[in-house]
Design a protein around this ligand. Structure first.
Ligand code: HAM
Length: 427
């Protein structure tokens, strides 16, 4: 049997690959405007990095990491997310010593051994950003604005909702009190919980809410406690909400939004598509003021997010205004492969490509009919045909592929200029 890709891993073919590139380019543009610079981090990291940051009792670390051992017996994993690696790099290269804020973005594959389904893969791409050194609520709002600008630019304006929650901090009266009340609640419904949740609820009660089986049921239970934030966390969150309102960003509060990673403090958010099915979280993030210190660095507030590129693409496609992939500008055909015609066709193709026009053709040895079929398949807007008869008169034929039976005789000397003029008028 022929080889096949591994379950949950996929080939991305054109035009999907091109659509993903457009999304990346839109993100690069927006993030540059917000002052972010690109960081490229390794795909492979130590297992310990994610145990320390994402958290030992999270689904990601407990069940979803692709692990391997190198020749020296080191436990390595394919990165399941980008934040931990960026924090490691931030500390390893002493980026904090540059002073002020450090604003970094990344684009790349992440790996999670989840059960594959529509919108959920084992290798998927994230566009993510991390901002270090800004503890003010304005930092959270800037991050949320950057994310919504990227999605709007990608064609999703009006097609997502923003869920927002406050997870508090580690002051005893804040999240620790929330954990205690969650645990007390779980005790009352213990018999309904799966074995895994029963075993981790005392160690990390928040994570029980991530359970794919128990989580949705628990979140629908009106008796589920929500966090009562301490004064500082309340003020911070009130400012976030006020600044979002000031920017006319609509959001919905969701007290059960805890995110699946342990490092968050205070503001967390998720952007959900209103058009796709179960895997509707197209992006998520939040503040993580304790992580840099926990990883051995100085006290450093931070905030960030990541977009799931495949899910965002699904949402764009579902929104139907997904732009039809643009066909090639010009198809160049030749009636035969007589030397003169081949030379002319090749020359015109290269002149067009040098000008940045997309041009295809030169399918020599095939009938003119077969060449024009290819032009159709490629969605060509214009076709140029070099025919034997016209060649004698130093002319060629120009066809507008969108108009049936259109054909114009053009002098070979003028054809490049004529093509440029026609394409200019079309766009
Ligand atoms: P996350 O919510 O785990 O956050 O992932 C971000 C996005 O990646 C999700 O909203 C989703 O669109 C996409 N995603 C996650 N898992 C899959 C999957 N199996 N298949 C397809 N897409 C998926 C993080 O990873 C955090 N590091 C974000 C962050 C950055 N927080 C602070 N800074």
């Amino acid at each position: 049997m022929a080889f096949q890709s591994v379950k949950g891993f996929k080939d991305i073919l054109p035009p999907e690959s091109e659509a993903m590139t457009s999304l990346e380019l839109a993100a690069r543009d927006v993030l540059r405007a917000f002052g972010y610079r690109e960081i490229r981090i390794p795909t492979l990291e130590t297992r310990e990095l994610f145990v320390k940051s994402v958290g030992e009792t999270t689904d990601i670390v407990e069940k979803e990491m692709f692990q391997l051992e190198d020749a020296g017996g080191r436990h390595l994993v394919l990165r399941p997310e980008g934040t931990a690696g960026v924090v490691r790099a931030y500390l390893e290269h002493s980026l904090s010593q540059q002073g002020g804020r450090t604003k970094l973005f990344y684009i790349g594959s992440m790996f999670r051994a989840e059960r594959p389904q529509k919108g959920r893969f084992r290798e998927f791409e994230q566009i993510g950003l991390e901002c270090f050194g800004n503890g003010h609520a304005a930092g959270d709002v800037e991050a949320i604005l950057a994310l919504s600008y990227v999605l709007d630019r990608a064609g999703l304006k009006g097609a997502y909702s923003i869920k927002l929650n406050n997870l508090g901090d580690e002051k005893p009266e804040c999240r620790p009190a929330y954990r205690a009340s969650l645990l007390a609640f779980f005790e009352t419904v213990k018999d309904e919980l799966c074995e895994h949740c029963r075993s981790r609820m005392a160690r990390n009660p928040l994570r029980v809410l991530d359970c794919k089986g128990d989580g949705p049921k628990l979140k629908a239970n009106p008796a589920l406690p929500t966090l009562v934030p301490c004064g500082d966390c309340r003020t911070h969150f009130d400012t976030v909400k006020a600044l979002l309102e000031n920017e006319s960003v609509a959001y919905e509060l969701d007290g059960s939004l805890v995110r699946g990673l342990d490092y968050y403090t205070r503001t967390v958010f998720e952007f959900r598509s209103t058009d796709v099915g179960a895997q509707d979280a197209i992006a998520g993030g939040g503040r993580y003021d304790g992580l840099v210190k926990a990883m051995g660095g100085p006290e450093t507030p931070a905030v960030g997010w990541a977009i799931g590129v495949e899910r965002t693409r699904l949402a764009i496609a579902a929104k139907a205004h997904a732009e039809a992939p643009r066909g090639v500008d010009v198809y160049v055909a030749a009636q035969s492969d007589a030397a003169g015609l081949v030379g002319l066709a090749m020359g015109l193709l290269q002149s067009l490509r040098r000008q940045g026009r997309s041009a295809e053709g030169a399918l020599f040895g095939h009938s003119l009919k077969a060449q024009l079929r290819e032009a159709d398949r490629l969605g060509a807007r214009l076709a140029v045909i070099f025919g034997q008869e016209e060649f004698a008169g130093r002319t060629c034929l120009l066809k507008d592929m969108r108009v049936k039976d259109s054909q114009e005789v053009v002098a070979i000397a003028d054809v490049l200029e004529k093509l440029n003029r026609t394409l200019g008028a079309m766009s």
